[in-house]
Design a protein around this ligand. Structure first.
Ligand SMILES: C[S@@+](CC[C@H](N)C(=O)[O-])C[C@H]1O[C@@H](n2cnc3c(N)ncnc32)[C@H](O)[C@@H]1O
Length: 209
């Protein structure tokens, strides 16, 4: 019954293409990830199908209820995972702006998908050399692009029927369509990012300092 709750809630929000599995496949094909932090995750445990160790953070009540059934969530992940080892899942039902009981510079991948400005408050958990994988739905990719602690190194683009990490033409990204001085204040005020001439479903930044 409880297992049905976990599976049903996941299916409700992430059935089929809604899971955006291709993004995680592209990241998994590109590198091996030891410790992944997913703030504003909601119940998007698709990440755990590909990555053995994921820390989820969300202050939504449904997410809290979902992850309160951690044994069932783990069993659900076990059925869907593609790696050998046992999955490690941690959940914080708090704001990603609050302090997490995790060591600084301990994660090698930070995910920011449709959940506000994560790149700044959660940067401290990312190792130097770690990767921020971010979309621009709420402007967080734009914010990372003007943050000197991050270096834009790749994007995820469609190649044939798959998404892939590619390095082409990096200079063409983050050019606003309209002449605009992109600042943190502007991005926070807009809350949906500025329009750029060249876009990608996911942008990859290396934490360089
Ligand atoms: C649109 S959903 C996206 C969920 C998931 N990242 C995805 O791509 O399917 C945004 C999520 O971010 C969470 N969120 C927004 N601000 C947050 C904050 N400050 N701390 C934790 N979670 C937050 C919301 O509760 C919500 O579950």
């Amino acid at each position: 019954m409880i297992e049905r709750f976990v599976g049903n809630l996941y299916e409700k929000y992430y059935a089929g293409d809604k899971a955006r599995r291709g993004l995680f496949d592209a990241l998994a094909a590109w590198r091996t990830w030891e410790r992944v932090l997913y703030p504003g995750s909601f119940i998007h445990v698709t990440a755990s199908f590909l990555f053995p160790s994921v820390i989820y953070v969300d202050n939504d009540r449904n997410a809290q209820r979902f992850f309160s059934q951690m044994d069932e969530v783990r069993a659900f992940v076990e059925k869907n995972k593609v790696y050998e080892e046992s999955p490690q899942l941690t959940f914080y039902g708090t704001s990603y702006e609050s302090s997490l009981d995790e060591p600084e510079r301990s994660c090698d991948l930070l995910l920011s998908l449709y959940a506000g400005f994560i790149s700044k408050p959660c940067k401290r958990y990312l190792k130097i050399g770690g990767i921020l994988a971010v979309n621009n739905s709420h402007g967080d990719a734009g914010l990372a692009s003007i943050d000197s602690d991050y270096l834009f190194i790749s994007s995820v683009q469609r190649r044939g029927d798959q998404l892939r990490v590619v390095q082409d033409n990096l200079d063409a990204y983050f050019k606003p369509k309209k002449k605009t001085d992109v600042t943190e204040e502007l991005l926070r005020r807009l809350g949906r990012g500025v329009a750029y001439t060249k876009t990608a479903p996911l942008y990859l930044f290396e934490r360089v300092r």
